[in-house]
Design a protein around this ligand. Structure first.
Ligand code: AMP
Length: 175
């Protein structure tokens, strides 16, 4: 592991049974509170895609915003928020995805990424991969290319990488 990854890992707080029983929540707020470690972590996440000419970083609500914005600045790319339904003010495109019980959806402004855009998707945690896969489908429906997905944390036992269907993905920390 790199020193950025080691420092970040030490600042992830495990919270058992949040938001419901049986979930071990990986809380990134102690990392956000340490400016040197936070900067090093987002720079390392950006470095993994620096050679790929990323034009847009799409951050998934809400912790994907916190990580995605510094990564977009590091890559000299546009930042695009992808949000839960009903939050974005202008015309949107929408993609639904299955949850354990029911469905959820993500929205993005319809004019945010266009044909030819080279997109990096950013979120804090890759778990089952349902969220990130829906984000990728929505971006691809707009005619843009998903160059890759970047996560701070990958929970490898949950199979998220397979759900991403071969789209390149990177994680700073793997559990
Ligand atoms: P999934 O769609 O199953 O890959 O779940 C990913 C989304 O759920 C991300 O937006 C994460 O922020 C959140 N998430 C899933 N599992 C955890 C966890 N153990 N700790 C913190 N966030 C999680």
């Amino acid at each position: 592991m790199t020193s950025a990854a080691t420092a970040a890992r030490a600042l992830i707080r495990d919270v058992p049974d949040f938001p419901k029983r049986g979930i071990l929540f990986r809380d990134i707020t102690p990392l956000l509170a340490d400016s040197a470690a936070f900067r090093a972590a987002t720079e390392a996440m950006a470095d993994a895609f620096r050679a790929h000419h990323i034009s847009h970083v799409v951050g998934i609500e809400s912790r994907g915003f916190l990580l995605g914005t510094p990564i977009s600045l590091a890559l000299d790319a546009s930042f695009v928020p992808m949000r839960k339904p009903g939050k974005l003010p202008a015309a949107v495109v929408k993609e639904s995805y299955a949850l354990e019980y029911g469905t959820d959806a993500l929205e993005m402004h319809a004019d945010a990424v266009k044909v030819g855009a080279r997109v990096l998707v950013v979120d804090d945690v890759l778990a089952t991969g349902g969220t990130a896969a829906a984000a990728c489908r929505l971006i691809e429906r707009c005619g843009a290319t998903v160059i890759g997905c970047s996560f701070l944390i990958e929970l490898s036992a949950l199979g998220g990488r397979a759900a991403l269907g071969g789209r390149p993905s990177a994680a700073l920390i793997t559990y």
